[in-house]
Design a protein around this ligand. Sequence first.
Ligand SMILES: Cc1ncc(COP(=O)(O)O)c(C=O)c1O
Length: 410
Amino acid sequence: MRTYNELSPSPRTIMTPGPVEVDPRVLRALSYPILGQFDPEFTAYMNDTMEMLRSVFQTNNRWAFPVDGTSRSGLEAVLTSLIEPGDKVLIPIFGRFGHLLNEIAVRCGAEVTTLHAEWGTVFDQEEIVSAIKREKPDLVAVVHGETSTGRVQPLERIGPACREAGALLVVDAVATIGGVPVKTDEWGLDAVVGGTQKCLSVPSGMAPITFNERAERKILSRKRVERGIRPPGYEEPEGLGAPIQSNYLDLAQLMDYWSPTRLNHHTEMTSMLYGLREGLRIVLQEGLDNRFDRHRLNESALIAGLEAMGLALYGDPSCKMTVVTCVTIPEGVDGESVRTMLLDLFGIEIASSFGPLKGKIWRIGTMGYSCSRKNVLHLLGAFEAVLLRHGAEIKAGASLQAALDVYEGK
Ligand SMILES: Cc1ncc(COP(=O)(O)O)c(C=O)c1O
């Protein structure tokens, strides 16, 4: 019989837009003993997690909890629960993940109108506001931080326009939460989906979400209680909207599970909840503002180092996302070969991109636990060496000095 080696993953320096390195405290939390999902000790951890998520999402919403599954499970849960077949949905697209929102909305039976901005740019908010006035959608879904292009879409004028038009605003903040301000209440966002594996630095496998009472009303108008757990004498209210297509991602049922009712739904991902709770505790211990400052400082040092080498950054700098830096691959350099050498010789991982940008840019993440001076300096030194090995015409010797100047405040 074949025997298998003991699992022993290599320690890596992960400078991608996710998944990123995880604080050892989170890894330790993942190994704690299992508790039953209705054990009061465990439900207290669930409540702590809800409370900490409210702080991270900068909201007073009652509803803030993780959906079990990767970030797109959070997107699917929110969109499936809020979109009834035939609803009008508006989706501004400026990269791969806008297309994902469109794909999910179409599968929900929505009548979707899309807007398109050239990849590497974002929308002038007025363009989206005009489209809301023109199209009168029931729901608008937009990405905040587009990891495929490294751009961030300003949102503060879109929330009020949606309120005025009676539309719900759903935001994909998977890549920004915990690294870049996401002001759920101040910006008037009705539902926001975050990611664990990026700036929160928790492994992939849960999707923190929050939504307000406007969204809650729509969800409850479609609420069905599973037949097998209905209390005796339960009668379904009349006049409900279309049933929510998914059982697993049905937010009406998940609300009952995350409320004091604790109505049984799926079996909670106990260990992941421990990990998320510890990850959120770390974020709040650091403080949101300190954390945003740390992400900005390391971004500045990285950019200074890359530009000192003579590399060109991709995309419109006025909407650059702090936590993802895209670099144009120089003419004649094999981008994949550079990535392989970085990984094989230096243990550093950076990312390529998707669709029209495949083979054209590298994407470097500075997210969460991976966003450190050590990692930025390690990457810049290694990147310079590997690029020289590939015959790239770059300026040698200047990169680390430029980054060190930033760290020294020069
Ligand atoms: C902006 C954005 N949205 C959605 C997703 C999908 O997340 P997941 O792969 O965790 O399902 C990603 C993943 O990279 C992302 O960057």
